[in-house]
Design a binder for this molecule. Structure first.
Ligand SMILES: *Cc1c(COP(=O)(O)O)cnc(C)c1O
Length: 477
């Protein structure tokens, strides 16, 4: 069949095609123009057959379906709770409701409703941060990196800042302490050695090298073990006070509720940093605090005032979305039991292994795992047909806090393991799950696909089971 260009279906016939009815004309026109242009260009350069009107409408429909958001929700089955590549802390219903209320219309971001005057955006969170940390004053920047830049610029610009050589860390995404100090207009004075730093080293830097500020950095993503010594923040704060120099403590990641109440024996609370006597403490909002990306700064009144008044504060300030979510998390953290249940990152971190085992078994059952097989314990009846080409079992696994939060800590958890018994490999299933319509991110261990249940959100299990069936059948490859 020899086509001519005039055989190409025209825009009007596509706009009226029944396959595309019910879709806004603007969208159909947008996609149809692109599809028709591509067909015309292809025909002019290579010739060949042109599609019929029906085929062409199908192409347009496919193009419209492909116009999905780039930034999409994914299901995190990695067991890494604060996965930086997957957006760190997931937000719960309380946080989302607060964001919708504040941001779907206007809000009192900088408006004092009591006296009808201009208000302060930090007022919505400051007293809550103070209540939870025991600090005199607080403010918030866009993230902890910004908080550090601001604290150093406001308190140590043009001054020498003493930092232990064991704490000159890179946090990832090229956040390096020496560079941050330089960018803030301060000058780094290195003290001690990589593995050992003593109080005498700081004293030497103050007395002989002109250090006028002291910085302590939590080495978030690694640990020095063995022949090592560092100065506890309490001792550094006491010394700073005795010589009248400010002590800044970059805690990186810390809790707003006491994790020990929930049997979780790792990680510090923000309160402990303030109680230790640091003048200024800063930490991320979306790590162990379990909220939105933010840099929370708490500390002595005079210090926080300097940060608030610094010109950089305007450039680094958070918006209403951030503040509404953060306020919601802070409010919940006043009632730790509620926070432990309703702040998703906390619920995931504090989850007890027995409940994780039960959830893993329930997921395995959805995938047709046979009764009682994996652990010798009764599993109940399978909820679905057996998964063709895969052995399904429930397995103990090691999860992680992630986000450079608790580097050397493994959290005992449970996973569903899928072992290939047919023609599809574990790598192919992983890729299929990742590219599916509801993307599922998994780990591969010893040629099995592992789905850790710790990081699944409450409604995820059913979607995961569907996504696995879809990917295992090769439908999304
Ligand atoms: C994570 C971290 C930062 C950076 O925090 P962001 O909120 O990601 O900007 C800075 N310092 C330490 C010690 C950290 O752990």
């Amino acid at each position: 069949m020899n086509n001519q260009l005039s055989d190409l279906p025209n825009m009007n016939s596509l706009l009226e095609h029944p396959l595309l009815s019910g879709i806004g004309k603007e969208r159909v026109k947008y996609s149809a123009r692109i599809v028709l242009d591509e067909l015309r260009d292809g025909f002019l350069s290579c010739g060949g057959a042109l599609p019929s009107l029906d085929e062409c409408a199908e192409l347009v429909l496919n193009h419209i379906k492909l116009d999905r958001r780039n930034l999409r929700g994914v299901i995190n089955a990695t067991g890494v709770v604060l996965h930086t590549n997957l957006g760190r802390a997931p937000l719960g219903a309380d946080a989302m409701a607060a964001a919708v209320e504040a941001c779907a219309g206007y809000c009192n971001l900088e408006y004092d409703l009591a006296d009808g005057q201009r208000g302060d955006r930090f007022a919505h969170v400051e007293s809550l941060i103070c209540e939870l940390t025991g600090a005199e004053a607080a403010m918030v920047a866009n993230n902890n990196a910004a908080a550090m830049v601001l604290a150093l610029a406001a308190l140590a610009k043009g001054k020498r800042v003493a930092v232990s050589r064991g704490e000159l860390v890179e946090i990832g995404g090229s956040f390096r302490i020496p560079e941050i100090i330089a960018e803030s207009g301060a000058e780094l004075v290195e003290v001690g050695t990589t593995n050992k730093t003593r109080l005498a080293d700081y004293k030497y830097a103050v007395e002989n090298l002109g250090a006028e500020a002291l910085l302590k950095v939590h080495t978030s993503n690694y640990e020095i073990i063995g022949f090592a010594e560092s100065v506890p923040v309490e001792a550094l704060a006491r010394y700073g006070k005795s010589v009248g120099l400010p002590v800044i403590f970059d805690m990186g990641s810390c809790f707003l509720v006491d994790p020990e109440r929930y049997g979780f024996r790792h990680g510090a609370t923000a309160k402990s940093g303030i109680a230790a006597g640091a003048d200024v403490v800063c930490f991320s909002g979306d790590k162990l605090a379990g909220s939105v990306q933010a840099g929370i700064v708490a500390g002595r009144y005079e210090c926080i005032e300097k940060l608030k008044k610094h010109p950089l504060a305007r450039a680094l300030r958070p918006d209403k979305l951030t503040l509404s979510v953060l306020e919601s998390t802070l409010r919940l953290c006043r009632y730790p039991d509620e926070a432990a249940a309703r702040v998703p990152a906390l619920a995931m971190l504090f989850a007890d292994p027995e409940s994780l085992r039960q959830r893993a078994e329930a997921l395995a059952r959805r995938l047709g795992a046979p009764l009682g097989a994996p652990l010798g314990a009764p599993l109940g009846a399978p909820l679905g047909a057996p998964l063709e080409g895969w052995g399904v079992e429930v397995r103990e696994t090691m999860d992680e806090a992630g986000g450079g939060s608790l580097p050397a800590v493994a959290l005992p958890g449970w996973a569903v393991a899928l072992r290939p018994t047919g023609s599809m490999s574990a790598n192919e299933l992983e890729s299929g799950l990742r590219r599916g319509s509801a993307p599922v991110i998994v780990r591969i261990h010893e040629d099995a696909v592992l789905l850790s249940v710790r990081t699944l959100m409450p409604a995820d299990e059913e979607r995961v089971a569907e996504a696995i069936r879809e990917a295992a059948s090769g439908a999304s490859c």
